[in-house]
Every structure is written in C-alpha cells, then in structure tokens.
Design a protein around this ligand. Sequence first.
Ligand code: ZN
Length: 127
Amino acid sequence: MHELSIAESVLEIVTEEARKHGLERINRIKLQVGELAAVVPDSLMFCFELLRRDTIASEAVLEIETVGIVARCDQCDFSFEVRGQVFRCPRCSKPVMELLSGRELSVSSIDGETGEDDGTDQRSCCS
Ligand SMILES: [Zn+2]
C-alpha cells in the first residue's frame, strides 16, 4: 500500500530528527502533501497510527496539510493554481508542463519534548 510506505518513511524521518535534536517524545508532526502526490489522508492517518506504536512518536498527532497545484506557463511566464486537473494556461491557453508545487510529500515541522525538566521544555524543529 502506497500510504503504508509513506507512513514508514515519515516515522523514519521524525525518529532521525528527534535523535538530532535530543527529543524524547514527539507530540506533533506536520506533513505537507501535494494534491498530485495521490495520498489519501485518512488512509495515511490509519497507517501512521498502526506504525507509531512503540516508537518515539507513539502519542504524536499527525497533521496533514494539502498543498494545491501551482503551475507556470513557459510561453507567457504566468503562474496560476491548477484546478480540476486542467493543465492549461488561463492567459494564453497553452498546455502547461512546469509545476511549481503539487508534488510535495515532506515533513514540514515536528514538535517534541526533550526528557529534561519533566518534559516542560518544548522545542520545534524543521527538517
Ligand atoms: Zn501562458
């Protein structure tokens, strides 16, 4: 399953980040997912909840932020948001090949706690 391998790599990334930043517990993970990444958020949540057990992120909340598709026309240099999968420039109506966003699949931020001070020390980091 597509989402299962994504959930696995998200956990790998946050575990690695947590190690780098000395976090002992992860509270929140923000994920940016482009519309073209073909991820079903509910399915990804489900897989994540299965895999997070017995990891540093066992209590972590996964927030999925959907990123719209933005394309740039190389004919007239116009940038626009693609809606309804219509990859055509609204200004000159040429087909558009270059995408500025929409394929994202990345961890944008991680909130966690270092074990010191009874976990009151909150830290954020970005990958
Ligand atoms: Zn154009």
